[in-house]
Design a protein around this ligand. Structure first.
Ligand code: C5P
Length: 232
């Protein structure tokens, strides 16, 4: 079976609600993303339980602090057995290199967030970042690659352009994915799973189209079938 490209976003406020979904899914068909809300509620033991059930876990805590603190946090994530962890590229070269050195060849992939997609030009102006959001995304992705990181999170609409800049071995993880027949929810700039993969995405972060589905496993299977068609 090909490796799953779907990462299901467990955007829940409680562990018990998260389990109701996880128990319907299968680790061969998807990976799981745990962010700040669920991690703060359910804690590291929850992550260990997901790992013990053979799920690959993306710990989406976006570390951003002094280099030593971020390095130790990344090491702690690796010790939990997570498959992927992320840090903010805006933490800079020293911070990213410290994180890389802390988990040099572990099985945990280390990726960066470039610019939060919630930030527009006026936010950049406010904090004194020059250039357009797109220019900042490209510069920060290059910097992350220079620091030896394994990839970045990016909008599916940025994938094709970034793929040209960072080459084929860099992991591009893309949220904002909606199946062709799904509603967009609050996502403004969305792409279908197959379009994102064709543009060069490595992994797709998908939340509500799976978590709110009547039959989440079926949606996962259907999306995997669609993805397999464009990958073959
Ligand atoms: O439900 P939906 O598919 O919109 O969930 C997308 C997930 O990806 C959420 O966990 C959201 O926080 C995350 N995300 C995003 N846009 C970004 C970065 C992360 O939607 N730019």
């Amino acid at each position: 079976m090909p490796e799953p490209r779907i990462i299901v976003a467990l955007d829940f406020s409680s562990e018990s609600v998260a389990w109701q979904l996880v128990n319907k899914l299968e680790p061969q068909l998807c990976r799981l993303k745990v962010g700040k809300e669920l991690f703060t509620t359910a804690g590291p033991r929850f992550i260990e339980k997901l790992v013990s059930k053979k799920y690959d876990v993306f710990l989406d805590l976006k570390f951003h602090d002094i280099p030593n603190t971020v390095a130790q946090a990344c090491k702690a994530a690796t010790n939990l057995g997570v498959w992927m962890v992320n840090i903010h590229a805006l933490g800079g070269r020293k911070m990213m290199m410290a994180a890389r050195e802390a988990i040099p060849d572990s099985h945990t992939r280390l990726i960066a967030v470039t610019l939060l997609t919630s930030m527009d030009q006026s936010d950049l102006n406010d904090i004194g970042l020059q250039g357009t959001p797109q220019q900042n995304v490209e510069r920060l992705a290059r910097l992350a690659s220079d620091c030896g990181l394994d990839g970045v999170v990016c909008s599916a609409l940025e994938v094709a352009q970034l793929r040209q800049i960072v080459g084929n071995n860099f992991c591009l993880v893309t949220p904002g994915i909606r199946p062709i027949d799904a509603c967009g929810d609050d996502q403004k700039r969305i792409t279908t799973p197959t379009q994102a993969i064709m543009n060069g995405a490595s992994y797709l972060v998908i939340g509500r189209p799976i978590t709110q589905a009547q039959d989440p496993l079926l949606v996962c299977q259907q999306l995997n079938t669609e993805i397999a068609l464009v990958c073959s």
